[in-house]
Design a protein around this ligand. Sequence first.
Ligand SMILES: [Zn+2]
Length: 232
Amino acid sequence: MEEPVGSGSEAQKVETARWLSAARWLTSVPIVAGRSLVGRVALFFAGAYLFLWVPDIDLVLIGLLHHRSIITHSILPGLLLLFFGRKLGAAPVSGALIGTSVHLSADLLSPMVGYAQIWLPAPYNSALGDLSYLWLAGNAVIGFGLASLITRSAFGHKISLPLILVVSASTGLVYGVVNEEAVSAVLITWLILLMSLFPEANLRGRLSRAVSSPATHASSRDATVDKSTEAD
Ligand SMILES: [Zn+2]
């Protein structure tokens, strides 16, 4: 689908440009001018600590959704904030994605039976079984990765990584100890965070190369697209 056979590199360039512009739109959430650094940090923490609990709002909507609903146990609520709360700026959006990812990571520890599985909504009302692990881990890795990219919009490159690590590690610690009462829940959130940083660095490298030299990048895309050329 991405590589129509025989239609040459033009179609690939168009496809790449489209993909990159979508990725840039997703990750270039405005800082929101006029807000102080302290204000942005406060919103970053608030978003993270609030969204720690958002996936379990399916318990409130139990008439509509099964517990561990595929809708709330995903990055969808965070993405909704990204689309509809864009005016709030990058800080609360990236915080929200981190909080969600911590929750989903900790949920990975449950044996996937009964209510611990991920459930499709009505009219399907069926569970994903062992695929629940893949769903939770995939959403958590993407959530952390997207949050890391967006955090750079809010805070710039220098302090983003320390902020991501502090907020992720502290929400992981609080959620694991308070809600899950398990050290393993803390450790798995940190592990999933680390797993997200490598693909995030790779995507960030591609985005910055595309911004700095779109023409050069497009022509050398085939040589670079499958390689991890960015290490940090
Ligand atoms: Zn949950």
